[in-house]
Design a protein around this ligand. Structure first.
Ligand SMILES: [Cu+2]
Length: 170
C-alpha cells in the first residue's frame, strides 16, 4: 500500500500548485502591464510631422534620448489621427531614393536616435481627418521593452525641413 500513497500525494500537490498558479498568474500579468506603460527612461524632442497635400502619407520625425543604461528599441507607434503608422528608413542609391520598412530602431544606452528627413521616419497613413500645418498630433511611441511614450508632434508644411523652432534645452 505504501508505494501507492506517494504518487497520490504528489498528484495532490501538483493539483494544489496548478490551482495556486491559476489564481496568482492573472494578478501578476495585470501588475506587469501597468508597470510597463510609461517610458520614463526615454525622452522625445523636436517632434514634427511634414504634411503633404491630399491623401499622401506624412512623415513624422523626432529625436529620442535614452537616459537609461540599457539600449531600447523603437518598434513603431500608434495614433488616433492615422489608421496606419509604419517605421521606415529612406536611403539613396544611384540617385534613386527609396523607402524600406524596418522592424526596430535602437536608441543606445545614454544616447539618442534621430528620425529625420532622408533617414528614419514614422510614415503616417490614412488620416482619419485632414491634418494641416499648425495642428498638433499625438503619437504613442512603442518600445521593445513594452513601454510607450505619448508625444505631441507639430504638423508643419510640405516645404519644412526640420522642427522649425530653436530648442534651448539641449
Ligand atoms: Cu516612409
Amino acid at each position: 500500500m505504501k508505494p501507492i500513497r506517494l504518487p497520490f500525494l504528489n498528484a495532490g500537490l501538483l493539483l494544489a500548485g496548478l490551482l495556486l498558479a491559476g489564481l496568482l498568474l492573472p494578478g501578476l500579468l495585470l501588475a506587469g502591464g501597468v508597470q510597463a506603460a510609461a517610458a520614463d527612461h526615454v525622452h522625445a524632442s523636436d517632434a514634427w510631422i511634414r504634411v503633404l497635400p491630399g491623401a499622401l502619407p506624412a512623415g513624422a520625425y523626432v529625436t529620442l534620448h535614452n537616459d537609461s543604461a540599457q539600449p531600447v528599441a523603437l518598434t513603431g507607434a500608434t495614433s488616433t489621427a492615422y489608421a496606419e503608422v509604419m517605421l521606415h528608413h529612406s536611403s539613396t542609391a544611384g540617385g534613386m531614393s527609396r523607402m524600406s520598412m524596418v522592424d526596430t530602431l535602437t536608441v543606445p544606452a545614454h544616447g539618442e536616435a534621430v528620425l529625420a528627413p532622408a533617414g528614419y521616419h514614422l510614415m503616417l497613413m490614412k488620416a482619419k481627418n485632414p491634418v494641416k500645418p499648425g495642428d498638433t498630433v499625438t503619437l504613442t511611441l512603442k518600445f521593445s521593452d513594452g513601454s510607450t511614450l505619448a508625444t505631441d508632434f507639430a504638423a508643419r508644411p510640405a516645404n519644412a525641413i526640420d522642427a522649425g523652432e530653436p530648442h534651448a534645452g539641449h
